[in-house]
Design a binder for this molecule. Structure first.
Ligand code: HEC
Length: 109
């Protein structure tokens, strides 16, 4: 009987944990990207996930006087897909790009 009680308690705890993590999916979510081209977003994602990336992106936009996220993104949350020239725009504005020598260079110079 004691064993059964323990099992029931464990089941309750496990259920509570999975419920809790299901009910707050936005807090501390990782970034969609796993391969970063910018130091800004890479570092932010590492430090605080997508929420942090959003924060630094907003700050970047403000600093550069940009009006809309859609200047560079075709979609916002949750995928934040970029326009074909999104990264180029970012670079032109003075954003730092991650140098990757081992990455195949498919951009025309
Ligand atoms: C000047 C172009 C530009 C503008 C404007 C811009 N972004 Fe971005 N954003 C980028 C680029 C480039 C990346 C990809 C970074 C990388 O590959 O390291 C990115 C990535 C992101 C990501 C990471 C998403 C993920 O999960 O991988 C978030 C979040 C984001 N942007 C939010 C915003 C928000 C919110 C705004 C508006 C306030 C905005 N961006 C405006 C260029 C821009």
């Amino acid at each position: 009987m004691a064993k059964l009680g323990l099992f029931a308690t464990l089941t309750t705890i496990v259920a509570a944990i999975s419920f809790a993590s299901m009910s707050e999916p936005s807090a501390g979510d990782a970034c969609k990207r796993t391969d970063f081209n910018t130091e800004l977003v890479r570092d932010a994602c590492k430090a605080g996930g997508q929420e942090k990336a959003k924060e630094v992106m907003k700050a970047f936009n403000k600093e550069k006087g940009l009006k809309s996220c859609n200047d560079c993104h075709t979609k916002l949350a949750p995928t934040y897909e970029l326009k074909p020239d999104g990264l180029e725009k970012y670079e032109k504005l003075g954003g730092k790009i991650v140098k990757k020598d081992d990455k195949k260079d498919d951009k025309k110079k």
